[in-house]
Design a protein around this ligand. Structure first.
Ligand code: KG4
Ligand code: ZN
Length: 387
């Protein structure tokens, strides 16, 4: 079965063309075109700009995807795209239908509708969070021919997990603990009451003047910092439920930075403005201390839930799960506290948004006969819930 998947929920225009044969997955194309540069000067994603850029990028990204397929599958050289699509025998078109920014989602869903109509194929509407979850189903072949495409291997085998699975989704828009008792069955057992973890990384990076997106920038500078320098609050760590809150932590960082700036020695007061004039060591210590506070809360709540629900596997997904320190500390704590629980994380390049994960989630929807319809049936939904 070959699936062409489109992802445009935020600021990446992504297309993947993926072949599924029994438990084998062959990535025929996987293109992610990031808009990060365009949004970084505004310090965050501007929805209308994202939509305009998706519109501009969609056709070139599709073309690049077909070029990759041509190189990989056919040896006869330049094949016109229209013929290529027929030769390739795509079985399904899939698109992220939500949650996300509605102007952005609409572009990907419309492109997928057009493809489904033109190729006369069914359309699968995929939940973005389901994509982050199912990125974990791509496990690598032990002995694969490793040729790298955008840092992702070409061949994978599908994971055959034991349930129940506890998924921690940590992205720019979501922080959720989701319990899965079987494929496609989700129960949210906790979520953030305010900011998402990724959003907190982005806001703290902004107030330190580091840029956007904040997660990777904080992670980089935190390496040079002392995580014990500032004792930031661990919000809701002992709240007795599995919910999260990160806006207070961001405010604690804001107060610390403000008091540092106010106390700057006269007659050379620090220039005002986000992060301006803060010494590198100070920014590194703040970043390390903030990052550690987020990690402590995420790890402790997830492990507590894993114990209560006696899960067989813990998996992570979403942009924040690319964080190496988070990945490492999770592994260490799970080994120490619940050694019989397995821990699975996606390839770091699949933690952030991509269309390959959408193709995998679409595949499970297809075999589970869920969310498949004609090109008319799918509608973008900014607040789509996972259920
Ligand atoms: O999943 P994603 O690509 O998009 C959404 O669905 O939101 O996640 C993006 C978020 C951003 O907030 C970004 O700062 C954060 O993931 N992120 C990270 C790292 N890489 C991306 N946060 C912490 N450490 C990272 N290495
Ligand atoms: Zn995402």
């Amino acid at each position: 079965m070959i699936i062409l998947a489109v992802e445009t929920s935020c600021d990446e225009t992504a297309v993947a063309i993926v072949e599924f044969k029994e438990n084998k997955v062959k990535v025929l194309a996987n293109i992610v075109s990031s808009q990060v540069k365009a949004h970084s000067k505004y310090g965050g994603v501007v929805p209308s700009l994202a939509a305009r850029m998706h519109l501009k990028n969609m056709a070139p990204v599709l073309k690049r995807a077909f070029k990759q397929v041509e190189k990989k599958v056919f040896s006869e050289g330049d094949i016109p795209e229209c013929r290529l699509q027929k030769k390739l025998k795509i079985d399904y078109i899939a698109a992220t239908k939500g949650p996300g920014l509605i102007p952005a989602l609409t572009i990907g869903v419309s492109a997928a509708k057009a493809l489904a109509y033109a190729l006369d194929k069914s359309l699968v509407g995929v939940n973005h969070l389901e994509g982050h979850i199912y990125s974990n189903w791509l496990t690598e072949f032990e002995k694969s021919k490793v040729y790298k495409v955008h840092k992702v291997k070409n061949d994978f085998k599908l994971w055959k997990p034991e349930f129940p699975i506890l998924c921690l989704i940590v992205s720019g828009g979501h922080t959720q603990l989701i319990l899965m008792k079987k494929d496609l069955k989700y129960k949210i057992i906790g979520e953030t009451l305010d900011d998402a973890a990724g959003e907190a990384f982005d806001k703290v990076a902004k107030l330190l003047g580091l840029g956007y997106p904040g997660g990777p920038l904080i992670e980089k500078i935190a390496k040079k910092g002392d995580e014990n320098k500032f004792k930031f609050t661990r919000p809701m760590m002992h709240s007795g439920d599995y919910n999260f809150s990160f806006s207070g932590l961001k405010t604690a960082v804001l107060y610390e930075v403000k008091s540092y700036s106010d106390d700057a020695p006269h007659p050379n007061p620090l220039p005002r403005g986000e992060g301006a004039g803060l010494p590198d060591k100070y920014k590194a210590d703040i970043s390390a201390s903030f990052q550690q506070a987020v990690i402590d809360v995420l790890v402790s709540k997830t492990i507590k839930a894993a114990k209560q629900y006696k899960v067989k596997n813990i998996i992570l997904g979403g942009g924040v799960s690319a964080n190496k320190e988070l990945r490492k500390q999770f592994g260490e704590k799970i080994n120490k506290e619940i050694p019989n629980t397995k821990y699975q994380i996606p390839n770091a390049s699949l933690s952030t948004d991509n269309a390959l994960m959408i193709a995998v989630a679409a595949y499970y929807n297809i075999i589970g006969e869920k969310n498949i319809g004609s090109w008319r049936s799918v509608k973008a939904d900014a607040n789509l819930k996972i259920e």
